[in-house]
Write a protein that binds this ligand. Structure first.
Ligand code: PLP
Length: 472
């Protein structure tokens, strides 16, 4: 065991490892190439009896663990949505780990609670979220949306679900494109999967408000209680934006909670020119976005804004004797603002990131991602081998391989799947896919903190190389 007074002695080894990792990152295969159980088999089947040295651990980290890592901070990681980071955020994370505070209530670290309160205000002002919303940090968007669904459930049942159990006539609505975390939240909340109604989408993959209203009316007539609508600002498959203003008007009319899931695209609200995406937000009840996706803050860090904090607290508050404090009611005890009791000090990394970048620096990075995406999309538009499947939006391009003349849709899908497998197995980039109206399409996201045009060129090269390999 290393004594704490010797902490500094070993730091260079760890820091050198990290710096080397960053220096060699671009040469590592973006997507891990290991086979199932490759890593597991190399790890002893029980813990060591005698203490081992840090040197041995770092050696195994390099030899055993690193090959099994998919490099999310690699500039050519374009899959899913990014979980980007920054040096500033990383520094804060070191310090957070060193302090090791468990920030469940104000008393257990007043600075953590008050910094969190301020960080939520900084983001709220900049992102165009109305001043009557209050923010709290959650671990993930899945948890934040669960919190929204649970709060909506309590509001709809006059807080009786918490007391008596959940009635079986509550209805939740989202579009067919909404992230699976909503379905999970509905299941966990005891509302039942059959009570999640998926509303159809238009040609831009955005929810059709008229269809939502039709479903709500039908449900009211058949004895259901419309409880919560989840609108997406940037769906996972194709970054579609649901029309919040029209949806909010419907929610207001039928007194239904409106939760907005902007997990990914929410970061674009740091740019005033994207505030249109949440037009009508003043009539929503809650909103979530993930700085741990596209806002240079390492995983995990989710921001949840809610308009009526009182109903949030009423949903989650439980006050055992051992958590009673003399400051209760005067301060924010964030344990009452969500599911877990224990909370990490996540506000510090937001603070470091926002101060280290400045708003101008954040905006410069985001805009650079937007323009790199335009560049990539134009290359695809000009190509004879690939085609855009949707207009590029934000830093997201949806495209596919055009295949050989005369291929059926099924053959084209198979060809695209095979080509993607070749592309990702080459290790130079990592791109993921989705299905768009039955078509197998590629999702290219350009959101890595330190990416520049040479990386995008490298991705284009890798794409053409994979195409040649596929056609050979
Ligand atoms: N909502 C949307 C729109 C997403 O794209 C995602 C993940 O990609 C989530 C929610 C879930 O995010 P988390 O991993 O923070 O739970």
């Amino acid at each position: 065991m290393i004594d704490r007074k010797d902490f500094k002695k070993h730091v260079p080894q760890v820091i050198d490892w990290i710096q080397n990792y960053f220096d060699q990152l671009e040469d590592l295969p973006v997507k891990s190439k290991v086979q199932p159980k490759d890593i597991y088999k190399q790890i002893p089947d029980s813990m060591p009896i005698q203490a081992e040295s840090l040197e041995d651990m770092l050696k195994d980290l390099e030899e055993i663990i690193l090959p099994g890592i998919t490099h999310w901070q690699h500039p050519n990681f374009h899959a899913y949505f990014p979980a980007n980071s920054s040096v500033e955020s990383l520094y804060a994370e070191f310090i957070t780990s060193a302090i090791g505070a468990q920030c469940m209530i104000w008393d257990t670290s007043p600075a953590a609670a008050e910094l969190e309160e301020r960080m939520m205000e900084w983001l709220r002002q900049t992102m165009g979220i109305p001043a009557n919303f209050e923010g709290v940090i959650q671990d993930t968007a899945s948890t934040a949306s669960l919190v929204a669904i649970l709060t909506a459930r309590e509001v709809a049942t006059d807080f009786q679900s918490n007391e008596e159990g959940v009635p079986n006539n509550l209805r939740i609505y989202c579009s067919s494109e909404t992230h699976s975390s909503i379905e999970k939240g509905v299941v966990i909340a005891g509302i039942g999967r059959k009570n999640l109604k998926k509303i159809s989408v238009d040609e831009k993959m955005a929810m059709v408000p008229a269809e939502l209203e039709k479903q709500i009316l039908e449900d009211i007539q058949t004895g259901y209680k419309p409880t919560c609508v989840i609108a997406a600002t940037g769906t996972t498959g194709t970054v579609a934006v649901d029309p919040i203003k029209d949806i909010a008007a419907i929610c207001k009319k039928y007194e239904v909670w409106l939760h907005v899931d902007a997990a990914y695209a929410g970061s674009a609200l740091l740019l005033p020119e994207y505030h249109w995406m949440i037009e009508g937000i003043e009539d929503a009840d809650s909103f979530v976005f993930n700085p741990h996706k596209w806002l240079f803050t390492n995983f995990d860090c989710t921001v949840y804004f809610v308009k009526d904090v009182e109903v949030l607290l009423k949903t989650f508050e439980i006050l055992p004797e051992y958590l009673k404090t003399r400051t209760r009611g005067l301060v924010n005890d964030y344990r009452d603002w969500g599911v877990p009791l224990g909370r990490r000090f996540r506000a510090l990394k937001l603070w470091f990131m926002m101060r280290g970048f400045g708003l101008e620096g954040i905006q410069e990075r985001l805009r650079s991602h937007l323009s790199l995406n335009q560049y990539f999309a134009e290359e695809i538009r000009k190509s004879n081998s690939f085609e855009l499947m949707l207009e590029p939006f934000l830093n997201f391009t949806c495209f596919r391989y055009t295949g050989q003349p005369g291929m059926s849709e099924k053959e084209l899908n198979e060809a695209n799947e095979k080509l993607l497998d070749i592309l990702n197995s080459q290790g130079k980039v990592f791109v993921s896919h989705t299905k768009l109206k039955g078509a197998y399409v590629y999702r290219m996201v350009i959101g890595q903190t330190y990416i520049n045009q040479s990386h995008v060129d490298r991705s284009l090269e890798a794409l053409y190389e994979a195409k040649s390999l596929y056609e050979a």
